[in-house]
Design a protein around this ligand. Structure first.
Ligand SMILES: Nc1ncnc2c1ncn2[C@@H]1O[C@H](COP(=O)(O)OP(=O)(O)OP(=O)(O)O)[C@@H](O)[C@H]1O
Length: 506
């Protein structure tokens, strides 16, 4: 017998309605208060959200129609707004409640027993496996005895629960650790007894870079947990994508995939970490925090945050500073270029040379404004060399067209090749200078990586080398005009905007 085609289902935790199948692509499913969802909450409209599988992109879009907020995955919606819902993600129908998780199966997922059913005990969504699980660049450890809870007590590991025995910044061996403060195990055990789920979120880039054997880290982690004497679930980001704090992928996984379908209350949960942006001498003789990553992780999530000293020793909150670059404050409004009169598209044949950091937004802008207007596109990453870029430009001019060169072109030497090419053809050469700062470009680079772009991530070394080589373009080089292009954030997808507006670097 042929296996039935996999179908998408919205699956609710135990006590909820039977699984709800999504209609075929292009057809809209209306969800809200009513028998289908068994939601009786008056805050939930009868037409709270519309869910539709896009026939071309195969993406499930959720549109909020009700007044009170729905949440698709990690995106909080507002009336009329939309977000994607990926397989494995949860739609919270209203006010963070009434979860429905999108699953793809060929059989309907097992329906949950009705609430209060007398014959069967209340079953939760199957518990995840105990022990270690590897999910791409995420490692998850679930200790025996970990239970799903609505409130979460979450901790960073190094510098928060443990420190080095040697007193060095980095451990000198797998045994080089001790519990940071003597009272920590007792406090954790009390939290567990008080109904908190205990979580650790730790960045361990060394694993992804091959400097730390996963097995060595795992066995150290298990020894630490044994000493702490409380059941923890541990999430480990071994690489640099969406899971690396301050990005919130580990939290999303813990709440949406690893809590047996029980929704987590942000308001009743908290996070403790030592990367808190405290300046030198925040307490007598204390060094400046190496980063602000833990505080930003909590800030991105809207979680209460404390440092280990504040939480375990009751010290008064210390001073701190957030990074200068704040993705929440980038303005989407303003002129496309400076001077505003441009023009972006020239009146006749020409070459336009881009200048700007990697990930400054050059390709996005040039594709939208110039390539769409008929400019031939030359890019070293795709063509392989600057000589080929020059050849593509010369060819375009020969055919009476115009060309745009999308490279970083940091110095006069890299730009001169195109200026001479234009001169030889007797046409002007203009420069578009993308003025995004180093911090903004690094943020875009992280964003590009987190949104699964095929563009390879750019290393910090490449970013710094651009900064070192950079010489501001000038008319004296032979340009007929230099336009500045300020970065204006724009999004077609609210989910991307929510991700973009989060701090991505500690
Ligand atoms: N106006 C914008 N608003 C929001 N995000 C943007 C905008 N422009 C670019 N981005 C995002 O920033 C990232 C980098 O953009 P893009 O690839 O266009 O930069 P680039 O300067 O061409 O990079 P490279 O030189 O490395 O090729 C991408 O993820 C892109 O989606």
């Amino acid at each position: 017998m042929a296996t039935p085609e996999p179908t998408l289902w919205l699956h609710s935790p135990p006590g909820g309605p039977p699984p709800i199948p999504l209609p075929p692509a292009g057809r809209t499913l209306v969800l809200g208060r009513g028998p289908l969802t068994r939601v009786t909450d008056r805050k939930c409209s009868r037409n709270q959200v519309e869910v539709c599988l896009d026939p071309t992109s195969e993406v499930v879009m959720v549109t909020q129609r009700g007044v009170n907020p729905s949440t698709a995955g990690s995106t909080r919606l507002s009336p009329g707004s939309q977000a994607q819902l990926a397989v494995g993600e949860t739609l919270l129908l209203v006010n963070g409640q009434h979860p429905l998780t999108l699953l793809r199966t060929s059989e309907p997922p097992q329906p949950s027993p009705p609430q209060g059913a007398p014959s069967e005990p209340r079953k939760k969504r199957p518990r995840g496996p105990e022990g270690w699980q590897k999910l791409g660049s995420l490692l998850v450890f679930t200790a025996p005895g970990v239970r799903a809870q609505e409130k979460v007590a979450a901790f960073d590991l190094d510098g928060t629960l443990i420190t080095t025995r040697s007193g060095k910044v980095f451990p000198t061996s797998p045994e080089d650790w001790r519990i940071l403060f003597p009272g920590i195990p007792k406090r954790l055990q009390e939290l567990e007894a008080d109904g908190y789920k205990l979580l650790i979120f730790t960045n361990q880039m060394g694993i992804g870079r091959g400097r730390l054997q996963p097995q060595v880290f795992q066995s150290k982690m298990e020894s630490v947990l044994e000493t702490l004497g409380a059941p923890f679930q541990v999430l480990v980001a071994t690489g640099s994508g969406i899971y690396r704090k301050p990005a919130t992928g580990m939290w999303d996984h813990a709440c949406e995939q690893a809590n047996e379908g029980v929704p987590v209350s942000l308001a009743d949960s908290f996070y403790v970490g030592d990367a808190a942006g405290r300046p030198a001498n925040w307490a007598p003789g204390r060094k400046k925090d190496f980063s602000c990553g833990d505080r930003l992780f909590a800030l991105n999530l809207g979680l209460r945050f404390s440092t280990p000293e504040e939480f375990f020793l009751n010290w008064t909150p210390s001073r701190f500073t957030l990074p200068d670059f704040d993705p929440r404050s980038l303005s989407p409004t303003g002129p496309l270029c400076l001077p505003p009169a441009g023009p972006l598209v020239g009146p006749g044949p020409e070459i336009i040379v881009a200048v700007g950091f990697p990930a400054a937004g050059k390709s996005t802008f040039l594709q939208e404004h110039l390539v769409a207007a008929g400019y031939v596109y030359a890019n070293r990453d795709t063509l392989g060399s600057w000589q080929k870029c020059v050849a593509v430009c010369a060819e375009a001019l020969k055919a009476g067209g115009r060309a745009v060169v999308d490279n970083t072109n940091p110095d006069p030497a890299s730009r001169a090749r195109y200026i001479s090419c234009a001169k030889e053809a007797g046409v002007p050469c203009r420069c578009f200078h993308f003025t995004a700062s180093l911090d903004l470009a690094r943020h875009n680079n992280r964003f590009r990586e987190m949104t699964g772009s095929p563009h390879p991530a750019v290393s910090d070394m490449v970013m710094f080398s651009y900064r070192k080589q950079f010489v501001a373009p000038s008319l004296a080089e032979g340009f007929s005009q230099i336009l500045e292009i300020p970065f204006r954030p724009r999004f077609s997808n609210p989910r991307h905007e929510a991700l973009y507006r989060q701090f991505s670097e500690g």
